[in-house]
Design a protein around this ligand. Structure first.
Ligand SMILES: *Cc1c(COP(=O)(O)O)cnc(C)c1O
Length: 439
């Protein structure tokens, strides 16, 4: 049976794994090994000459990690993937692979705090400059900001913490009109809620730490591609470079990554250069835990989305709440885009405005009993946090305004508990914050 014909839920349980290739083990085995026997001198020659596919050293490939890579490739209907040790490693390797040797990345201010800080303050030191669009709600704003050195457009499918949704297809068209790829950080969307490639993405990045793993136990990152982008258009000379490593074993002619790996040049290039030499490899055990998470991805996300909708409703009816930023909230400006791009729901991570003062917010956060107060998202447990002082604390006041993060912002990541219990927990915390301070 071809994996292409199978539905999402079947693929999330089975894709990329054949038990007959692994001593008929039903669960994906953890290949806890640093290296692999080469077998014979003849086989070693073939492996190192890239004539035979096989594992050499776990830094650049491991059978357990490979299942995770194949599973995400299948879920996103891509042509290849590479897993790395964290979402930040996935972002770093992607941006370096795009703009190696110098170039610009066009993005929006609505980014994960770590990404924002990295591209604004660290990447320029490596020759990778960043431009922010003036108005991310207007695709023309992207068109105007693209220059001759722009190497890619980077956006998040659902932004953090305000659940902003962009017109992805229009932005993809702008990128492609200019010969550059659209890169989507689909961590909040997940492959279940958002079909990135169908809407024009060329590269997808995941922090698998979040909803993909889903249990708050494991760091990981994945980069997926669909083999559609034309890296041969002159803007990416490093993809056209002949390399000794990729030489033809018969003639000795050096070949480029595009010649040798035409279906998945982007992720293969990351594997052979950045993963090989910068070395942020995902451990086999962590890959196993992330695979366990994927098995229940749709069931978890469906429940989290339905829980989130109940909590959005509750917050909208609460006079201690000044606004609720979820596409399902009344009057939310992103509703039309959410209906188009997120037919199964726009996720379970969103923010609301707390009406009390700083002291009351402190009491509120200290009073929640079920919600965990911490910085992760996409966990089976519900989480709460004051973003401006924590997850987006790297941004200065001006940058927070630019990113639309108001001082009264509280972010929720809704988990798998009973929605009624979560609502009761928020209710009692509101009561404490607003009663105790009156006394
Ligand atoms: C958490 C996160 C990252 C970084 O991932 P880590 O696995 O924590 O390194 C990147 N992008 C988004 C949207 C995230 O939420």
């Amino acid at each position: 049976m071809s994996e292409k014909q199978l539905g999402f839920d079947t693929l999330k349980v089975r894709a990329g794994y054949q038990s007959s290739d692994h001593n008929y083990a039903v669960a994906v085995p953890i290949y806890q090994t640093a290296s692999y026997d080469l077998g014979s001198v003849e086989r070693a020659e073939k492996l190192f000459g890239l004539e035979e596919a096989g594992f050499l050293y776990t830094r650049i490939g491991n059978p357990t990690v490979d299942v995770l890579e194949q599973r995400l490739t299948a879920l996103d209907k891509g042509t290849g993937a590479v897993a790395v040790a964290s979402g930040m490693a996935a972002i770093a390797y992607t941006l370096l692979n795009l703009a190696e040797g110098g170039g610009r990345i066009l993005t929006t201010p609505q980014l994960y705090g770590g990404t924002f800080d990295a591209i604004k303050r660290l990447f320029p030191k490596f020759g990778v400059q960043v431009d922010f669009v003036e108005n991310s709600d207007d695709p023309d704003s992207f068109r105007q900001a693209i220059g001759p050195d722009t190497k890619a457009v980077l956006i998040e499918s659902i932004s953090n913490p305000n659940a902003t949704i962009l017109d992805v297809e229009a932005i993809a068209k702008v990128a492609h009109d200019n010969g550059i790829p659209l890169v989507i950080d689909n961590t909040f969307g997940t492959p279940y809620l958002f079909d990135s490639f169908a809407h024009g993405a060329d590269i997808i990045i995941y922090s698998a730490t979040k909803a993909i793993g889903g249990h708050g136990t494991t760091l990981g990152g994945v980069i997926v591609e669909n083999g559609q982008f034309n890296w041969d258009n002159g803007k990416f000379p490093h993809f056209q470079e002949p390399q000794f490593l990729l030489r033809d074993q018969n003639t000795g002619r050096e070949r480029s990554i595009l010649e040798v790996f035409p279906a998945a040049p982007f992720t293969t290039r990351i594997r052979l250069s950045y993963l090989a030499y910068f070395g942020a490899s995902l451990s086999p055990f962590d890959a196993f835990l992330l695979i366990q998470g994927i098995v229940t991805l749709s069931e978890r996300i469906d429940k989290q989305v339905s829980n989130a909708l109940k909590i959005v409703q509750y917050l909208q009816g609460n006079d201690k709440v000044s606004w609720v930023n979820h596409p399902a909230a009344e009057g939310n400006p992103y509703k039309t885009l959410a209906d188009k791009y997120f037919p199964k729901g726009a996720g379970s991570i969103f923010s609301f405005g707390f009406t009390g003062n700083d002291e009351q917010l402190k009491i509120f956060l200290n009073s929640v009993e079920l919600f965990s107060y911490h910085a992760n998202v996409g966990d089976a447990r519900s989480l709460i946090i004051n973003s401006p002082k924590t997850t987006h604390g790297e941004l200065n006041a001006e940058e927070q305004i630019l990113a639309g993060i108001k001082p009264e912002t509280v972010r929720l990541s809704i988990g798998l508990e009973n929605a009624d219990d979560l609502i009761a927990d928020l209710e009692q915390a509101f009561e404490k914050a607003f009663v105790e301070t009156l006394v």
